[in-house]
Write a new protein. Structure first.
Length: 294
């Protein structure tokens, strides 16, 4: 089907902003031109892409399907343009990584430092997102690679380039608030205490809820947050027992202790992944080579 790229470009801006006027501003064309382009695309595809009303614009089911395909293509074009501009100025490609703030802080920093030392002129961009959201960024070609916790129900296993860390999750607590240091307790008993976890939009929370279900238990956290560092801070002041990956345990957490759980806690992994539907750049491969393999 011979459809002008500009029509898809207009569709992308309207679909991502859900506003004809906002799309016209970003494209520097009139609102009527935006509307006409959408109508032309709808005519060529033979079905409506938007539901228009006086108050708002919504995607039709067909529009939602089309956006899933157009958005990664547009991001790939934008990234190509950006890399050409960077290479024109620096002779090198940008490295764009997606990772959670926890993984950045407790794992990635020394490798970013080493990469920057070896390639000081390569622009490095890091986008902070949950491990689940990172998969979306990779699918949409908004990043070159992602570093995430695994298992991750959203991650295509074919994307995984290497496992860089094995780790164990632990429950940590203030010994004065929760005098359990010399005891082994079951998950059944543990759930009687105020538990603090990451929010449900995380692989860590998904993993913990699944583990409780395997033991026919329902997990109802007292506190759910988006940061492991905040969980540690709240555990320190005795608000509850926090569930965190053991790689977050440092000298700064020596005033806390790990609760001894009777049930065996499965190990998890940290993996680095790239979208294998597209060629992996030499810059990305150079960074991958610095990461350990376990």
């Amino acid at each position: 089907m011979d459809i002008n790229y500009e029509l898809y470009k207009v569709f992308y801006y309207v679909a991502t902003s859900l506003s004809f006027s906002e799309a016209s501003k970003k494209l520097y064309i009139s609102q009527s031109a935006v509307s006409q382009s959408v109508k032309t695309l709808e005519k060529k595809l033979g079905q409506p892409l938007f539901v228009r009303s006086t108050k708002r614009v919504q995607l039709t089911p067909a529009g939602s399907v089309l956006l899933k395909h157009v958005e990664p293509a547009m991001n790939l074009i934008f990234r190509g343009e950006s890399q050409l501009l960077d290479s024109g100025a620096l002779g090198l490609e940008q490295l764009h990584i997606g990772a959670s703030d926890t993984i950045c802080r407790y794992f990635l920093v020394p490798y970013l430092k080493e990469f920057h030392r070896k390639f000081p002129n390569v622009p490095i961009k890091v986008t902070n997102a949950t491990s689940i959201r990172c998969v979306e960024l990779l699918d949409q070609r908004k990043v070159d690679l992602i570093v995430t916790n695994f298992p991750n129900s959203y991650l295509n296993h074919n994307y995984i380039q290497k496992t860089v860390l094995n780790f164990q999750d632990v429950f940590i607590a203030n010994p004065q608030a929760f005098p359990l240091m010399d005891r082994e307790i079951s998950l059944m008993e543990l759930k009687q205490y105020p538990l603090m976890t990451l929010d449900r939009n995380s692989t860590t929370s998904e993993f913990l809820h699944h583990m409780f279900l395997q033991h026919q238990l329902e997990l109802v956290p007292e506190i759910e947050l988006s940061s492991n560092d905040l969980l540690i801070d709240l555990a320190r002041i005795g608000l509850g027992i926090a569930f965190i990956p053991d790689y977050c345990i440092t000298k700064s957490t020596k005033d806390l202790f790990c609760v001894n759980i009777r049930e065996k806690m499965p190990k998890r992994q940290m993996v680095v992944s790239a979208n294998t539907a597209f060629p992996i750049s030499s810059t990305t491969e150079a960074f991958l080579s610095l990461l350990p393999t376990v």
